[in-house]
Design a binder for this molecule. Structure first.
Ligand SMILES: *Cc1c(COP(=O)(O)O)cnc(C)c1O
Length: 421
């Protein structure tokens, strides 16, 4: 039996309707910016496997570090024990995070990092003797698939069977030049009529919404208002973190600092799962008490796994290396020149670029979205490029280590696709 036939026997894939889904693709190995299937057919990984493998797949520097760590300490309980990889990682992170961030709390993935942030925010107010139970979030935000994270994500057609169990969430549109005043007044109304605990947002770029980008100054205007109402501002940097938007963290470009930041995805360079929720000392102090019950009683078995911590540390080292800093600028410049090349094409409705993220909207009629998305996907795959269009939006978020020629290959298949849609 082939691997594919054996896969079908027992495996249930994420985000998949198995009845209508075409065959999955077996990936045998990966190196740098390239994935290889069973027939050794190369696929340029144009989205860094969901923004995780930013330093390239199986990066030898990171692999070496993780193997070394594996021979020393594989795992130990993080309640009552600690270890050097976690301590080193906390120091490395605090040195690059926005200056108000002081404490690091571990969990397992992006969704749990958001659930932890929400629980921290609710309990923060509870510990101060206030009952605040409402969360504000963007209409099109995405924060994950566990219950808390799913609740604050923009409503999806797939959420029907869960909606009765959601947290109470009030939604606002993403601010733009032409709706900023409206969004501000909506926000003020919500704050007046509800006991709002937290505002959770993807800073500068809403990933799953289709790389929707908005201005730091506009976000800042909203954060000023929520901060004045003692709302906990939670920046979900699970996608934007670690150098994708031009700065190490998107939050650095915003004047008002977030109280809590969520991190995952490229945190561990794609080597192992891990989520982090970081917070300011003000948040931490509300839990630091003689009263046991004021502590934060949340924990995961694999919290601060030493291998994940080691991969993260090696990733942060690379993030700050001259080679990667240069690569980030180079990719941005190439995105800009590709934009100039295609922006006037009749099939291109709009383009946008921030840091190493590029997105373009195709000018297509609405009822063809699903069909077009699948056609685009298969076209790209046949040409040896892995991209995952979202409806009529094609985006690129390549690993930092992608070569100019690999990136040009992605651009050229996108240009080719413009001729056939
Ligand atoms: C992917 C993502 C999540 C969820 O992370 P998982 O590790 O898939 O649970 C949360 N927030 C944002 C902004 C994301 O992009």
């Amino acid at each position: 039996m082939s691997l594919l036939e054996r896969d079908k026997k027992h495996l249930w894939h994420p985000l998949t309707q198995h009845k209508s889904h075409p065959d999955t693709i077996v990936i045998k190995r990966a190196e740098g910016a390239v994935l290889y299937n069973e027939e050794e057919h190369a696929l340029v990984d144009g989205i860094a496997s969901w923004y995780t493998c930013m330093y390239g797949h199986s990066n030898p520097f990171i692999v070496h570090r993780v193997v070394e760590q594996l021979q020393k300490l594989d795992h130990v309980v993080f309640t009552g024990f600690t270890h050097e990889p976690a301590i080193l990682l906390s120091e490395a992170l605090i040195s690059i995070l926005p200056s108000n961030q002081e404490k690091i709390f571990f969990s397992d993935n992006g969704s749990t990092s958001v659930d932890v942030a929400l629980k921290m925010a609710f309990q923060y107010h509870h510990n101060l003797g206030q009952k605040r139970n409402v969360v504000i979030a963007f209409d099109e935000g995405f924060h994950g698939d566990t219950f808390g994270a799913m609740s604050v994500s923009g409503l999806s057609v797939y959420n029907g069977s869960f909606e009765d169990f959601f947290l109470e969430v009030k939604r606002i549109p993403v601010p733009r030049e032409d709706n900023l005043e409206l969004v501000k007044s909506m926000l003020k109304n919500i704050l007046q009529e509800n006991d709002v605990a937290a505002f959770v947002y993807e800073p500068l770029v809403l990933g799953a919404a289709g790389m929707v980008m908005y201005e730091a100054e506009h976000l800042n205007e909203l954060l000023k208002i929520t901060q004045a109402h003692h709302v906990i501002n939670i920046a979900d940097e699970v996608m934007t973190g670690f150098g994708k938007t031009g700065t190490n963290f998107a939050s650095e470009q915003v004047e008002i600092q977030a109280d809590i930041i969520c991190l995952s995805k490229s945190l561990t360079a794609g080597v192992a799962p891990m989520g982090l929720t970081t917070c300011s000392d003000r948040i931490y102090q509300a839990f630091y008490d003689d009263d046991m019950k004021k502590g934060f009683f949340h924990g995961h078995t694999y919290s601060a796994n030493p291998l994940s911590c080691t991969a993260a540390l090696a990733g942060i080292e690379l993030l700050q290396s001259e080679q990667i800093v240069e690569a980030r600028d180079r990719i941005h410049a190439l995105h800009r020149s590709f934009t100039r090349q295609i922006q006037d094409h009749p099939r291109v409705k709009s383009t946008r670029t921030k840091g190493v993220i590029f997105a373009m909207e195709l000018d297509l009629n609405l009822d063809r979205y699903g069909e077009v998305r699948d056609r685009l996907f298969h076209f790209f795959m046949e040409k040896g490029v892995f991209l995952r269009p979202l409806g009529n939006i094609i985006y690129i978020l390549p690993p930092f280590v992608i070569s100019d020629s690999q990136l040009r290959k992605i651009y050229s298949v996108i240009e080719e696709v413009l001729g056939i849609v």
